[in-house]
Design a protein around this ligand. Structure first.
Ligand code: SAM
Length: 214
């Protein structure tokens, strides 16, 4: 069962969780946060643009994008000071074209400074509980018409014990994200893949904000 708590509790829970996990994040997460390099590759042939990563964590994705796309302006948003401190160190040499914001995202709490070409959520949205619908809606508002949302995240698992374990780690994996993304954006890329022989599935979604919203 998924328990709904106030949005402020979600932010407090994230700050608390990453106070400890920030220190071991980069050493451990590469073993299970699959699809991150693929989504970066799929995005990186775009022309010059502004990309915002929501829930940028320790800056792992932004670092790669900064190195491969010297013409892009990059923004990183995260609610955890410990994660952002690491991102700040890692990205120090790119500070001329990169800005980090310690802010919660969703429900109009913080809007990107200007309309953006690309909003990336990499293993962030499944931790917005509650708040994932609001964050998707806010990304839609923050994007330029024709701009793109890119999401890589957990999709589901056939094992109840694993779903429960991930729930203790604040991750919801109930196939809830893809249908809403597909409803609000025009699908450009949709990939669902097994991880660890089928222990869980993850997905990649890239969608375009319609030029006219009906
Ligand atoms: C699993 S980490 C992903 C980090 C990075 N995107 C990556 O792929 O390695 C999830 C991040 O989302 C952030 N986060 C969770 N809820 C948030 C919210 N409401 N607003 C902004 N950031 C949030 C967490 O603090 C954490 O750094």
């Amino acid at each position: 069962m998924h328990v709904i708590a106030p949005v402020a509790d979600q932010q407090t829970a994230m700050r608390r969780y990453y106070r400890f996990h920030a220190a071991i994040y980069d050493a451990t997460r590469w073993t299970f946060l699959f699809g991150r390099n693929l989504i970066l590759r799929l995005l990186s042939n775009h022309p010059e643009l502004t990309l915002a990563e929501v829930g940028c964590g320790t800056g792992r994705n932004l670092r790669r994008l900064a190195a491969t796309r010297p013409d892009w302006l990059l923004l990183g948003i995260d609610v955890s000071p410990e994660m952002l401190r690491r991102a700040g160190k890692r990205l120090a040499s790119f500070s001329r074209r990169l800005r980090l914001f310690e802010k919660p995202y969703g429900a109009g709490q913080f809007h990107l400074p200007e309309p953006t070409d690309l909003v990336l959520f990499s293993y962030a949205l499944t931790m917005f509980n509650p708040g994932w619908e609001a964050a998707i809606e806010q990304a839609r508002q923050d994007l330029k018409p024709g701009g793109r949302i890119a999401v890589v995240d957990f999709h589901d698992t056939p094992f109840a014990w694993f779903r429960r374990w991930m729930g203790y780690n604040h991750v919801r994996m109930e196939q809830h994200l893809l249908p809403v993304l597909e409803e609000h954006f025009e699908t450009k890329t949709r990939i669902v893949r097994k991880a660890w022989g089928g222990l869980w599935r993850y997905f990649i979604f890239i969608g375009e904000k319609p030029l006219f919203h009906g």
